[in-house]
Design a protein around this ligand. Structure first.
Ligand code: ZN
Length: 149
């Protein structure tokens, strides 16, 4: 059955955020956090603009979702992110006790799984949603970056 607010729908919203990062010459990673099928936080990578290595999309989304909820735990929330989280973001997700993580492209080198970082036992994971779209945007970004240098 088709529902309008499924994982593909929200991952598309995260991809729109990734596109915004791309347009700012940031590594194109975008994220949204949902609660009861409503987007409560959206963000994209801003490490260059903020000259801050912690300004990953997920970190900003976690902070803004917690502000929205008015509590630090992201119970009944889902994070949609276009690239597998790194160990820093996975660590922050651990502390947030988020209910669900959905990511698109896998990051074999710097993803949290390869780094051996564990999420919270309460966190369910789904991967590969719109992975093709997410990784082609990342590939395009890195090819263009290489050609500029
Ligand atoms: Zn990260």
């Amino acid at each position: 059955m088709l529902t309008p607010f499924d994982d593909n729908y929200f991952m598309k919203k995260a991809l729109e955020e990734a596109q915004l990062a791309y347009e700012k010459a940031e590594v194109p990673v975008g994220a949204v956090i949902t609660h009861q099928n409503t987007i409560i936080a959206r963000s994209h990578n801003l490490t260059e603009q903020l000259t801050d290595v912690t300004a990953h999309a997920e970190m900003q989304a976690i902070t803004s979702a917690a502000n929205f909820i008015g509590g630090k735990y992201l119970k009944d929330c889902t994070l949609y992110v276009t690239l597998e989280p790194c160990q820093m973001c996975a660590g922050a997700l651990y502390w947030s006790q988020i209910s669900r993580l959905v990511f698109a492209a896998e990051d074999e080198k710097r993803g949290y799984r390869n780094m051996g970082t564990k999420l919270h036992p309460k966190t369910k994971v789904k991967l590969g949603v719109l992975a093709e779209e997410a990784s082609s945007l990342l590939k395009r970004f890195f090819i263009e970056k290489r050609n500029l240098n």
